[in-house]
Ligand binder design. Structure first.
Ligand code: F6P
Length: 341
């Protein structure tokens, strides 16, 4: 058996740990051969490969990014893309493919499976917004990076009596903002799921100053004011139709300054949240996902994604991972709201 592995979409701490686990168990337990496809779906589309074996995957556990490279290539947007992928897989002698990715990568995997390709999916995204898994690896690392930033910003906010705003990632789901804001003791947390009232935010800011404690606001990049729109970087779309976000934090700082007369500044964490070594939690989750993914291949259980349910790794239909986005439950947000102001 020859198994192809690819990583697609935004890079994410833990990708290399998944690759290492797939290869280690696949070679040791099943005697499989592996081939890495470079740069997401671009790899099988253009037959861009790198060798994958136990020695080439040694030392990967703590390493961020992905040794396979990644891209946001959408083969369904390429003329004859599916046929090219099928032909290239056949030419490389690949019997099964493990796709490690988020909603876009796994959306492609779902369609390819329905067209006869043997695929198993592994859920990845720092955003934690994939359906039918309690957590995706990468999320815990991103939250810890954001919490460290918030902890550090507290001292400047207090020394200068400023409002400091931390803009974190999360286009449509505010998981990073919610968890980092809760763990970092934010004055308020603004997420895409719940359009915010600027008047309320300013009231929280004023309330925090009254207790002689400087405000910290955590805002997701996709958050929107009740009477405004999402703020985008420029008008360009990627091949999955996503706009580039960022700018809402700066907008909020200006609005707070204008309305309260007090200084407000924004720090945009951006790709720092996706960089560097994974936390121990993400290393373990990524490793377990990899071990279970290669077992699914061994059992011929294609069209499935490995998923975390409670403490168990289970298999779910790949199609369920992307049929809707896993967004923040308003009840969970209400728990955090107790600490606002
Ligand atoms: O999906 C992961 C993610 O980090 C999102 O939170 C963010 O909006 C997006 O990727 C940014 O993507 P890129 O690095 O391609 O601009």
């Amino acid at each position: 058996m020859r198994v192809g592995v690819l990583t697609g979409g935004g890079d994410c701490p833990g990708l290399n740990a998944v690759i290492r686990a797939i290869v280690r168990k696949g070679v040791k337990e099943y005697g499989y051969e592996f081939i890495g496809f470079k740069d997401g779906w671009k790899g099988p589309l253009e037959s861009l490969t790198i060798p994958l074996d136990v020695s080439s995957t040694r030392g990967l556990l703590p390493r961020g990014g992905t040794i396979l490279g990644s891209s946001r290539t959408n083969p369904f947007k390429v003329e004859g893309g599916v046929e090219k992928i099928k032909a290239n897989l056949a030419e490389q002698g690949v019997d099964a493919l493990i796709a490690i990715g988020g909603e876009d990568t796994l959306g492609v995997a779902t369609k390819l499976h329905s067209l006869g390709v043997n695929v198993v999916g592994v859920p990845k995204t720092i955003d934690n917004d994939l359906n039918n898994t309690d957590y995706t690896f990468g999320f815990d690392t991103a939250v810890n990076i954001a919490v460290e930033a918030i902890d550090r910003l507290h001292t400047t906010a207090e020394s200068h009596h400023r409002t400091l705003i931390v803009e974190v990632m999360g286009r449509h789901a505010g998981w990073i903002a919610l968890h980092a804001g809760l763990a970092g003791g934010a004055t308020c947390i603004l997420i895409p799921e719940i359009p915010f009232s600027i008047e309320k935010v300013c009231a929280y800011v004023e309330a925090r100053y009254q207790t002689n404690y400087a405000p910290i606001i955590v805002i997701a990049e996709g958050a929107v004011p009740q009477d405004g729109d999402m703020i985008t970087k420029d008008g360009t779309l990627d091949s999955f139709g996503h706009v580039k976000l960022s700018g809402i934090g700066e907008w909020l700082a200006q609005e707070i300054e204008r309305r309260t007369g007090k200084e407000a500044r924004t720090s945009v964490l951006g790709h720092i949240q996706r960089g560097g070594t994974p936390t121990a939690f993400d290393r373990v989750l990524a490793t377990r996902f990899g071990l279970h993914a290669i077992t699914a291949v061994h059992e011929g259980d294609f069209g499935k994604m490995v998923a975390l349910h409670g403490t168990q790794i289970e298999r779910v239909l790949l199609s369920t991972a992307t049929e809707k986005l896993k967004v923040v439950d308003p009840a969970l947000y209400a728990e955090a709201e107790i600490f606002f102001g």
